[in-house]
Ligand binder design. Sequence first.
Ligand code: GMT
Length: 375
Amino acid sequence: MKIAIVCYPTFGGSGVVATELGIALTEHGHEVHFITYKQPVRLELISHHIHYHEVSVPDYPLFHFQPYELALSSKLVNVVKQHQIDLLHVHYAIPHAYAGYMAKKMLECEGISIPMVTTLHGTDITLVGSHPYYKPAVTFSINRSDVVTSVSQSLKDDTNRLFDITNEIIVVPNFIDVAKHVNPYTECQRDLMAEPHERIITHISNLRPVKRVPDVIEIFDRINKKIPSRLLIVGEGPDKKACEELCESKGIENKVAFLGNSNEVNKILCFSDLFLLPSEKESFGLAALEAMACGVPVISSNTGGLPEVNEHGISGYLSDIGNVAEMADHAISILSSDEKLAQFKANAKEVSKKFDTKMIVPQYEAVYERALHLV
Ligand code: GMT
């Protein structure tokens, strides 16, 4: 099959999932064409079957907002015709499902029928998409997609609650190549990040308010008072400066390292003893799954799809949003005993296997077959 994948190329779960899916599909013999405005961060163009087409939006002074959707749908039309694409798979409803639908309609005028699969990722529904400014267009493009998938049952329920959806939504969970998440380092390299007696705690996100990074720091501060620890914060985002200031005001700035964005989170996670994800909203929590695949237990909030990923009392613990006291207590209970920590680490790795690429990618292939039969 020749599949065109539209996604956001930047750091963020939806782009990572779309990129990993594209790579996995080529390993199953498909040809994949990524269509976006920048080469996706985790994409290395090492296979004959992977192509990348850049969407350029020329700057025109008349426009206060440059029309990206228009450029994207025109690019889709051209790529579909040039490469005889069989199917469009758009990740993140805004504006990709809308642009994809326009491309589909333009192609129809030229006698080309092509199915479109839309994958909902979370903030396109729970944060941005349900805003009245966007809601009619998002509802329309979800309902006009040939097949719609969501990355968790929770996101499916949210979509049906927040929008007037007439299409069936199929849950296809996010996934991870478990085999890739083996520790490439030795204990001596761990020593570069922390003293031997210290535990290493990690948080990875886009440091936006929805991630509640100040809660991460508050939980860490409570842990560190009982168990000497280091906090590694990976990612860039609007809350970074305020969080650095919060660390200074608590006098823990020497214990917290802000590492910026990383393409190789497994090289950081392999040293970690615990992962914190106290988000306000989280449709799935891909970062938590990546941590678990590296054998890192997760302390998270119980919002959205997190309970579908992090198993309470097994791969970590879940608490109500903002309950930093309980999250810190759970963390301390795991970290205070080497035996208990080893057990949670093993459990986390085991639970992550339910989301292995091998199990999930065939589900997307079944979705594609279904979409192809609909047009
Ligand atoms: O978490 C973010 O803010 C980024 C966002 C994205 O679009 O990349 O993540 C969403 O999609 C991920 C991949 O499906 C999910 O793992 C995240 O839980 C989801 N984020 C939210 O729902 C807040």
